[in-house]
Design a protein around this ligand. Structure first.
Ligand SMILES: Nc1ncnc2c1ncn2[C@@H]1O[C@H](COP(=O)(O)OP(=O)(O)O)[C@@H](O)[C@H]1O
Ligand SMILES: CCCC(=O)OP(=O)(O)O
Length: 366
């Protein structure tokens, strides 16, 4: 079909691909990667060809014609802190992602993969609302140590899309409401959204909040410093431990919660213990974001792949339902949100933003 947009979403445990045209989904696939598959690559960029070949297979299998493609859009990765919106992929963006200047995560491959297909087919490449969208209140940036600032890293694209949907379904406007959105995926991020801005987020990547299928979340710092020293870890190795080899993977050597769900149902007490621990920590962080909103919370939303697990959702709900009504949107709305970001540009409803010129306005204190 004419006017087709190729949508590419690399996550820590999956590669999601879709094609949309004329506001319709033409084809979509979620390819889940096993713990072993991901562990076999030394770095995120070593996964480039592996993920690219999966996308090529998707295009061929679904008979997508190159001449019908008008754009490629990728999930935006770890860039400098920027406002939300649709950005054209440019050399500076690619350089920041490839050099891992702002750290490393599978989403760094989104713009790079979109760019490779864009060059192949002679079409433009974009990213939309990357994981670094920054709408923080100044007070949220303080870490507790001079020289270190907290930063906004999370599933901004899905958090906003899921938040908007739940609010709209209940007759509320995102711009006028307060909502907590917990994205439960391979990584976990929990945002406090106040009247249309994500003013704080439990950062899903840098070692904050709950542990997740593949990440540690916050750790006792002194003990972690001892581990780094005793194992002689480099910064890259420490990062890989925090995001990649932590959390459920470190306890159960597995990141696929569908497998772990089955083990719990079959009576595996060790699996249940560590999943219960993750749910306990997720609820605790949701409580933390409720205090950011001073208790004025219209809804709490649980979303992301892990929210398909009824066992996990029930455990979390038991500890948070007193805060606000809880709505569950399993999976993600990222593919459609990426497509819609491109459509807004093609329909001239929004300009494509320029990454080089993009900056957030930080309030100078003192
Ligand atoms: N039906 C399901 N039941 C339980 N867990 C699921 C289900 N589907 C996916 N998951 C889990 O969700 C996580 C991936 O979440 P997702 O939001 O798709 O991810 P990512 O972008 O992090 O790859 C994995 O741990 C996966 O096993
Ligand atoms: C970098 C934050 C986003 C994130 O953790 O995504 P995944 O859950 O897809 O790994």
């Amino acid at each position: 079909m004419k006017n087709t947009v190729l949508v590419i979403n690399p996550g820590s445990t999956s590669t999601k691909v879709a094609c949309f045209a004329e506001h319709q989904l033409l084809a979509e696939e979620t390819i889940r990667h096993t713990t072993q598959e991901i562990s076999s690559f030394k770095s995120i960029f070593d996964q480039l060809d592996f993920r690219k070949n999966l996308i090529v297979d998707f295009i061929e299998k679904n008979h997508i014609k190159p001449e019908d493609l008008i754009a490629a859009v990728g999930r935006g990765g770890l860039l400098k802190p920027i406002p939300g919106g649709t950005y054209s992929v440019d050399d500076e963006m690619i350089e920041d992602l490839k050099s891992e200047k702002y750290s490393t995560h599978a989403s760094n491959l989104g713009a790079v993969l979109a760019n490779e297909f864009a060059e192949l087919y002679g079409i433009p490449a974009y990213i939309v609302d990357p994981v670094v969208v920054d709408e923080f209140d100044p007070i949220a940036r303080i870490s507790g140590l001079e020289g270190i600032e907290r930063r906004s890293v999370g599933h901004a694209l899905n958090q906003k899309a899921a938040g908007r949907k739940v609010l709209a379904d209940n007759g509320y406007a995102y711009e006028e409401s307060n909502i907590i959105v917990a994205h439960l995926g391979g990584g976990i991020s929990i945002g406090a959204h106040q009247k249309g801005r994500m003013i704080d987020v439990v950062n899903g990547l840098d070692g904050e909040g709950p542990y997740s299928p593949e990440r540690t979340g916050g750790l006792p710092l002194i003990e972690f410093a001892r581990v780094i020293q005793s194992k002689g870890l480099s910064i890259a190795e420490a990062k890989a431990l925090i995001a990649g080899n932590g959390g459920i993977k470190s306890y159960l050597n597995e990141t696929d919660l569908r497998i772990i769900d089955k083990k719990i149902a079959a009576g595996d007490q060790k699996a249940q213990y560590y999943i219960d621990g993750m749910c306990y920590q997720i609820a605790k962080s949701i409580g933390e974001m409720a205090t950011v909103l001073a208790g004025r919370v219209d809804f709490i939303v649980l979303t992301g792949g892990v929210s398909y697990s009824a066992y996990i959702v029930d455990q979390i709900k038991a500890n948070i339902e007193w805060i606000a009504p809880v709505e569950v949107l399993p999976g993600e709305m990222e593919m459609k949100a990426l497509y819609e970001g491109v459509v807004r540009v093609f329909e001239n409803r929004e300009p494509a933003r320029n990454y080089k010129e993009a900056n957030i306005k930080k309030v100078e204190v003192g």
